[in-house]
Write a new protein. Structure first.
Length: 255
């Protein structure tokens, strides 16, 4: 199904040096510094297949090399490349200050496999995806934002960023975003299998199953097969090597 909705799809990229990469890998071994340009091209192509009216953005810092074309707008912010994950949160909230449109923040190692108009037709402010994992049940590879009227989502992301500033430097390099979100929603039961909703302060939050809205295969397992209802494929870590193969397979099935 092809959507007619006009949604912002927003990726993030900054170039990081070997020292920052090493520190990030001390927290999450699967982090790598592969060239993301091909991944971004595949991801954006998959968005345009299902959302031809989407607006595409790449958020970055002032010096990283990011290609801009007729279909994608690059927005540069003043960011500190020593802290890539903190920088991403800053870019997110600053982007939301410029739009009230529905917005999807997504990693470059993602492929859109179907539109999610049914989700976006429901009432919520922000939607996160979750899996039953004790340390970081919420995965931030994709975030769905429905309501930024009167800067509502912007206020959530801005507060999240300013809380981030108080964390340790290592968390600002990697993992601090997950730590904070886990702390915010620590009283929720993520062992449930289906999506659910929760009221958090003034926000209506949806929690969506990763199997449908942010699917990854088990660690070290090939990622060429996926559930039939999966709308978003996330090629985290070692799974990245399957992204192009999977895209080719998707193209063949659609032809």
């Amino acid at each position: 199904m092809i959507s007619t909705q006009e949604i912002n799809f927003v990726a993030f990229h900054i170039d990081i040096d070997d020292e920052v990469l090493k520190e990030a890998q001390s927290i999450a071994k699967a982090v790598n510094n592969e060239k993301t340009e091909n991944q971004l091209d595949l991801m954006l192509s998959s968005v345009k297949r299902y959302y031809p009216n989407a607006s595409l953005y790449i958020l970055t810092d002032q010096t990283s090399k990011v290609s801009e074309n007729d279909n994608t707008k690059v927005i540069k912010y003043d960011l500190d490349k020593r802290y890539p994950i903190l920088s991403r949160n800053k870019a997110w909230y600053e982007f939301l200050d410029r739009t009230e449109n529905a917005t999807i923040f997504l990693d470059s190692d993602i492929l859109i496999n179907d539109c999610f108009d049914e989700l976006m037709a429901t009432e919520f402010d922000i939607a996160f995806t979750f899996r039953n994992w004790k340390k970081w049940p919420i995965n931030l590879g994709i975030i769905y934002i429905k309501n930024n009227t009167n800067n509502k989502a912007y206020n959530f992301f801005k507060e999240w960023y300013y809380q981030f500033l108080n964390l340790k430097d290592a968390q600002k390099v990697w993992g601090g975003d997950q730590d904070l979100i886990h702390e915010k929603f620590r009283n929720l039961d993520f062992s449930v299998g289906n999506q659910f909703e929760a009221r958090f302060e003034d926000y209506q939050i949806k929690f969506l199953s990763c199997n449908e809205y942010n699917y990854s295969s088990e660690m070290n397992e090939p990622m060429l097969e996926y559930p039939s209802n999966t709308k978003v494929l996330h090629f985290k870590g070692a799974r990245k090597k399957y992204m192009k193969k999977c895209w080719d397979k998707m193209n063949k099935e659609c032809s």
